[in-house]
Design a protein around this ligand. Structure first.
Ligand SMILES: Cc1cc2nc3c(=O)[nH]c(=O)nc-3n(C[C@H](O)[C@H](O)[C@H](O)COP(=O)(O)OP(=O)(O)OC[C@H]3O[C@@H](n4cnc5c(N)ncnc54)[C@H](O)[C@@H]3O)c2cc1C
Length: 461
């Protein structure tokens, strides 16, 4: 131990929801916390920012923008911390574009699948297979560790849909779900991924926070328990090395050109898999190559602040691949919550499939905005004209590693990886690489990492 049992110290690397949840749980167990974040802001892929328009302010989510009451562990944490009072309801409708018409379905009512005109009766009969298979799959789905799904990880989502469902259900349900969640086509992700999305999405209402969902990591760090000298948060602090040192851990980090070393009792590394592979010295070659090889898809998305909101009640419109090869979702962020755009104004985001984004990561904003509007004109020309006519603010967000797209067999690889980790090690990993990319999954992995550290260390005296 680097310190007495009364003053256990832990370093948490990464201030995303996995890192902030781990920091909260460790602090709750009596640890002193040093939280290190390489960016100049907190929250990682769960963060929000304000952008000015002409006399108006827009509140924009950088990454994640949607939360569900299916996120039970998150809701439990919100209730436990008193933050549930900050939750706000938002639209529960999602539109799906087919042949120029938008069909609106509710997340809350999976039975809409049977009522909608999006599908004919043959497809609706086949949809029963999907609900049945989902019922079987949900028995092995765990937010904090999807490796339990290894036993049902036998094929990709496209093969599954063609085997158990039919072509319209592939084109207008499975494929859009895969594109929306993973940003890649159904053949590039495991069928298990489709079950994860449906499990996390269907049958419960959506919620948000006033001013963006990125408030959650910040709210956690702002709790009275965290706002003492026993929690230190450093931004612009890039961790370069985490290694065992005696019974404890040595963490090296750089900030403003200066190198720092911290000797600590334990460390939670809550960064995306490939980033963890680059800094955790104690990983085996197999563990490192697994994390390095994880496929995170890219996302370049464009958000428009509008002087007038378009007439749309849904949270978003999903654009199936058969309708457009590049554009995959149009999000009406002003329908997420009252704080996103001033009353009457609109906030619309265009999200694209991985291949489109990957080609544009290095392009300048003007070119990206032009290309995004071209795609929208080819898909929803009325909305494109509305945006051009009422545009007040435009912003582009780039994510090199946006979300994890696990191919068929990926959950079996995950099971081998998690089986090789030492639950008693003072260095614990957390992040969406243990699950599927959602804020709730990452949060639970952070909590689990903290619990493993607390349990291995034994009770404080
Ligand atoms: C565009 C987009 C849309 C999404 N939509 C949704 C959605 O609607 N709903 C939903 O639930 N989920 C959504 N997700 C997924 C969700 O945002 C992520 O799965 C989740 O937020 C990841 O949290 P995390 O803490 O594991 O990782 P991150 O949020 O990535 O946090 C990791 C942090 O570690 C920092 N870091 C990395 N390396 C180092 C280092 N060496 N030293 C110090 N700091 C380091 C990073 O800067 C980052 O802040 C979306 C993601 C994206 C990108």
């Amino acid at each position: 131990m680097t310190a007495s049992a009364q003053t256990r110290k832990a370093v948490v690397v990464g201030s995303g929801i996995a890192g902030t949840a781990a920091a909260y749980r460790l602090r709750q167990a009596g640890y002193d916390i040093l939280l290190l974040e390489q960016e100049n802001h907190l929250g990682g892929r769960m963060s929000s920012y304000t952008k000015d328009g002409d006399g108006a302010q827009y509140r924009i989510d950088r990454g994640a923008s949607w939360l569900s009451h299916n996120y039970r562990p998150m809701i439990e944490l919100l209730e436990e911390t008193g933050l549930a009072s900050r939750m706000l309801p938002c639209s529960n409708e999602l539109g799906v574009l087919r042949d120029g018409r938008v069909h609106r379905l509710s997340f809350v009512r999976p039975s809409d699948l049977l009522r909608t005109r999006l599908f004919g009766w043959r497809s609706k009969l086949k949809a029963v297979n999907l609900l049945r298979d989902l019922g079987t799959a949900r028995r092995v789905l765990r937010w904090h560790d999807m490796s339990k799904a290894a036993g049902i990880d036998t094929e990709n989502a496209r093969d599954y849909a063609l085997r158990r469902l039919d072509r319209p259900l592939l084109d207008y349900l499975v494929e859009p779900l895969c594109s929306t969640q993973f940003l890649v086509p159904a053949e590039e992700v495991a069928a298990v991924g489709t079950f994860c999305i449906m499990w996390g999405t269907f049958g419960a209402a959506s919620f948000t926070f006033d001013g963006g969902i990125g408030q959650l990591p910040t709210l956690l760090l702002d709790l009275p328990l965290m706002r003492t000298e026993r929690t230190r948060v450093e931004t612009n602090a890039q961790v370069t090395d985490v290694r065992p040192d005696g019974d404890g851990v040595r963490v090296t980090w750089e900030s403003g050109g200066t190198r720092h070393t911290e000797n600590t009792d334990a460390c939670v590394v809550a960064v995306p898999g490939p980033a963890a592979a680059g800094i955790v010295a104690s990983l085996t070659d197999d563990q490192r190559s697994y994390l390095d090889g994880l496929r995170y898809t890219s996302d370049v998305h464009v958000t428009f602040g509008l002087r007038e909101a378009p007439r749309e009640t849904a949270l978003g419109i999903s654009v199936p691949r058969v309708e457009h090869p590049d554009l995959c979702v149009v999000l009406f962020e002003h329908n997420l919550g009252p704080g996103r755009a001033p009353a009457g104004r609109g906030l619309v985001t265009l999200l694209f499939r991985h291949h489109w984004s990957a080609e544009r990561l290095a392009l300048d904003d003007t070119r990206i905005v032009d290309d995004s509007l071209t795609a929208l004109r080819e898909t929803l020309p009325g909305l494109a004209a509305h945006i051009v006519g009422h545009r007040d603010m435009t912003t582009v967000q780039r994510w090199d590693r946006a979300v994890l797209a696990r191919p068929a067999g990926g959950y079996r690889d995950l099971a081998r990886f998690t089986g090789s980790l030492d639950p008693r090690s003072p260095i614990q990993l957390a992040g969406d690489h243990f699950s599927y990319s959602t804020t709730n999954a990452s949060m639970t992995t952070g909590e689990q990492a903290a619990r493993r550290i607390i349990s291995a260390a034994g009770p404080t005296t």
